[in-house]
Structure formats: structure tokens, C-alpha cells
Design a protein around this ligand. Sequence first.
Ligand code: ADP
Ligand code: MG
Length: 213
Amino acid sequence: MSAVVLAEAGGVVTELAAAISDKRAWLSEIDGAIGDGDHGINMAKGFMQASSALGPATEGLAASFTLLGDTLLGGIGGSMGPLYGTFFLEMANALSGAATLDVAGCGRMLHAGLAGVAELGGAKPGDKTMLDALVPAVAAFDAARAAGADFAACLDAMAAAAERGRDATREMVAKVGRAARLGERSRGVLDAGAASCCLILQTLAAALKRRMT
Ligand code: ADP
Ligand code: MG
């Protein structure tokens, strides 16, 4: 059965940071349409800060997610610092004690991250937030697993659903966060948090698949 050796997977955070940094102008541009245009810059700052702090003590995935979560919680402004900080810290907690990550463990990790974000932010699917990428992505992972798909195929299903979820935010009216003040005028553009969440989940899926043994 395929699994990822957690002690050797800290580099996943390096890959996440590179992906966010690459797309930072695009993420800020999306945020600029109905927000304040800082999303990409803030995210890149936090992710790059964590990535450059990775060292021998953070070679494992749990420790590197903890470092990333702590850095995002403490170091970046906007709504996303606490929300993504919680996402990665809750995922790190779900990994504690395990040596490898298999499909069941990955399901638990994703649910822990999702529950943390949903509880802290109080947003619901359809509110035009990062949850509109995350909720369907986790549901697709679960559905693929229930249908007997292997770990890699579950990650593929998650990544594809995250992208559909991101794209569906275009037609939504923002109900929470800065963009909610625009009401109907928030319709017609993507949500920045859903865009970054999709990018994170797709990068995570590819990074885990590459590390499967
Ligand atoms: P800010 O709005 O403070 O400038 P960012 O620009 O970094 O923060 O992030 C904006 C994104 O935050 C939005 O696109 C949305 O996806 C997300 N967001 C805002 N509030 C919430 C919430 N309560 N729950 C989940 N996501 C949220
Ligand atoms: Mg913003």
C-alpha cells in the first residue's frame, strides 16, 4: 500500500512556499478586485519565511507544518494568517505519532485542517471563501476513498475538486470577510482565498504523490 515516510517529507513545505511565491502577483490581483490586494504578498511573505527557517529539526512533515503554521499565525497580516496558520497546525497535530502517511492518515489530516478553519472562521460553503475550495476537495478525497481508489487517485480527485470549487466562487456573492461589504458587486470574480487554497491543495497532492513509496 502506498505511503509517504513522514520523517523525509518536510520538503513539502518548500514546495508549497515556492508555489505560493510564484503565484503571488496573481493572488494579489484577484484579491484586488474585491478585497485590498494584499493576499499574494502576505501569503508569500509567510510561506517564504517558514521555508527559509526549515532545517534539520524540521525535516519531518509534522514539524515543518508546525513551523509553517506558527509562522503564518504570528507573521502575516490579513484574515489568512490565523486561518492558514490553524489549517497547518491542525494538520500537524493529526500527524503526530505516525511514521508514515497513508490514505487513511491523509484523510484524517485533511479533515483536521478543514475543521480548524471552519471553526475559527465560521464561514459556510457558498460564502465565497477558501472553504469553497477546501470543502469540496476533502469531500472528493473521501468519495474517491470510499469508491476504493488508491492514495494517489484520491489526491488527484482532491486536486480536481479544489479547482472546480475555486472556479465556482466566481458566481458567488461574498458573505464573510472584506469582500462581503460589496454585496452583489462581489459576484463575477474569483475569491482569492479559494485560489490560494486550490494552489496549496494541488501542490500538496503533487508533492505527496512524488514521495510515495
Ligand atoms: P484580508 O481580507 O484581511 O485582506 P487576505 O487578503 O489575506 O485577508 O485574505 C482574503 C481571503 O480570506 C478571502 O478571499 C477569503 O477566502 C478568506 N476569508 C476571509 N474571511 C474568512 C473566513 N471567515 N473563513 C474562511 N476564509 C475567509
Ligand atoms: Mg486582502
